[in-house]
Write a protein that binds this ligand. Structure first.
Ligand SMILES: Nc1nc2c(ncn2[C@@H]2O[C@H](COP(=O)(O)OP(=O)(O)OP(=O)(O)O)[C@@H](O)[C@H]2O)c(=O)[nH]1
Ligand SMILES: [Mg+2]
Length: 471
């Protein structure tokens, strides 16, 4: 066992210190001794030290903390408002008022950690929770005892670091699980300590489990917080003890963050008398052509519509052949448009169809010339629906960047593909909430037409909460 080590650093008047220890409990204990019970945790991570070629290396915990006198102020939790508004606030153009890092008061966590492994934590008399924050306007709220939000901040930090370490291969899977278990217990401890005076069993265990699950699935912290807060407020204590009900409510609140089209395979013809014209745009290789084939097949074989296909993808060798193969199998007319003018005439020539599906060439989100060209093709088709196709196998950042760049083509719907290749589904919720376009379809595999479903917030929320991808 190695004694905890602290590296002090002064940033302006803020007393910041980084502690290294064998366990969270030891580090928290030392932080409390040196920085006082109001110290705040700003960052945590785990890493390996020592050993030879990785053999026998010890796992160490690094925690950066500031003394309570300079703790970033806590904000009062927002009163619940419409979830759409909350999503916009979480991700919209106007950022939240404060993006300051926030910390978690140490005292309660030390006691929780001590309860987990008594030998690790130094004995510490119970101390009243007060804040030394000097901002008068916030003084009242910062004098509150540590809240669920504090525990969640620590949980988020540890889960984020553990996920990042795991992604880099720096952590063994069982260590990640142990970290997560510790976090769950810490969060549960704080939730329980805030419920002092209430009799009966702690009702929030199901909520704690689900909160940790949302974080593990990489649901954005703002969304996870909001979901948990709303469910906690909506349900009575007795209802919070009902795991099935908690799960159902969390799914409902999470689903509310995902705008959904609700008009997949719509029956009514468009009011302008033209065939329902549907274009798919998106980055290369995300599954546009396959999805066009799935849609065409379902429209024709399941809904009995007359379907026509147009492709403007003449860049990739064999791209036309790929769609032609599907057109021949399903028995559909296919037009090839080399220019925007040909796109318009191709659509006009399919006027007797009920539905026209347009496949476009995949474009790099960074290729502005090609994106403008794509925009001209789409404009010439004048579609009723333009679906941005994004692969769930891509990172959330890549999805958001693609959404930004493909805005030139004015998409009004969103299709997520390749859900069968995903391990964590939180990025889909985050991206859907932030992009703000209606989710029209999801695809869950390569098979035409089986692996396509209408977009559903409830379905994505179920995946996040452990549902099966392929039905
Ligand atoms: N696992 C999985 N693979 C899929 C899915 N949808 C499409 N694919 C596969 O992804 C690959 C690319 O699909 P395409 O339909 O050619 O993609 P695209 O967007 O048209 O590609 P470009 O035209 O080159 O931009 C193919 O191997 C498809 O079988 C899906 O939902 N899951
Ligand atoms: Mg294609």
């Amino acid at each position: 066992m190695t004694a905890p080590r602290a590296d002090a650093s002064q940033e302006g008047c803020v007393n910041l210190k980084t502690y290294h220890a064998d366990s969270i409990a030891k580090a928290l204990s030392q932080i409390k001794r040196e920085l006082g019970p109001n110290a705040v945790i700003l960052h945590t991570r785990t890493y390996k030290k020592g050993g030879l070629f990785g053999i026998g290396a010890r796992t160490r915990v690094e925690i950066t903390a500031a003394d309570g006198a300079h703790a970033p102020p806590r904000r009062r939790r927002r009163s619940p408002s419409s979830l759409a508004l909350q999503a916009q606030r979480a991700y919209g153009a106007s950022p939240r008022p404060s993006t300051q890092p926030r910390g978690v008061a140490v005292a309660t966590l030390v006691e929780d950690a001590a309860a987990l492994s008594p030998s690790d934590a130094a004995p510490s008399p119970a101390q009243p929770q007060t804040s030394a924050a000097t901002d008068d306007s916030l003084a009242a709220e910062t004098r509150e005892a540590p809240t669920d939000a504090d525990a969640r901040i620590l949980a988020r930090s540890v889960v984020r670091e553990a996920n990042a370490d795991a992604a880099r291969g720096a952590l063994e899977p069982d260590l990640v699980l142990r970290e997560l278990a510790t976090v769950k217990r810490l969060v549960a401890g704080v939730l329980r300590s805030n419920r002092q005076g209430l009799s009966g069993p702690a009702p929030a265990d199901a909520l704690v489990e689900r909160y940790a699950q949302l974080l593990e699935q990489e649901v954005a912290a703002e969304i996870a917080d909001e979901v948990i807060a709303v469910v906690r407020e909506d349900l009575t204590r007795a209802e919070l003890a009902d795991e099935a009900l908690v799960l159902q409510q969390i799914r409902k609140q999470l689903a509310a963050f995902i705008p959904t089209a609700n008009d997949s395979f719509a029956n009514e013809p468009p009011t302008d008398g033209r065939p329902r014209t549907i274009a798919l745009v998106g980055p290369t290789g995300v599954g546009k052509t396959t999805t066009v084939a799935k849609l065409a097949s379902i429209y024709k074989l399941k809904h009995g519509r007359r379907v026509g296909l147009v492709t403007s993808d003449t860049y990739r060798i064999a791209a036309v052949d790929q769609l032609r193969t599907y057109a021949n199998i399903i028995g559909l007319p296919l037009k090839v448009a080399l220019t925007p003018r040909e796109m318009a005439s191709s659509c006009a020539s399919l006027a007797s169809c009920d539905v026209i599906l347009i496949d476009t060439a995949g474009r790099s989100p960074r290729d502005e010339d090609r994106l403008r060209e794509l925009r001209d093709f789409v404009r010439a088709a004048n579609p009723h629906e333009t679906h941005l196709v994004l692969s769930g196998a891509a990172s959330e950042q890549a999805m958001l960047e693609a959404a930004q760049r493909f805005a030139v083509a004015s998409p009004d719907r969103l299709i997520f593909t390749k859900l069968d290749e995903m391990v964590q589904y939180g990025a889909l919720v985050n991206a859907a909430a932030r992009i703000g376009k209606q989710l029209s379809y999801i695809t869950t595999g390569q098979e035409v037409p089986d692996h396509l479903e209408p977009g559903s917030g409830d379905r994505l929320a179920s995946l996040v909460l452990g549902g099966a991808c392929v039905r």
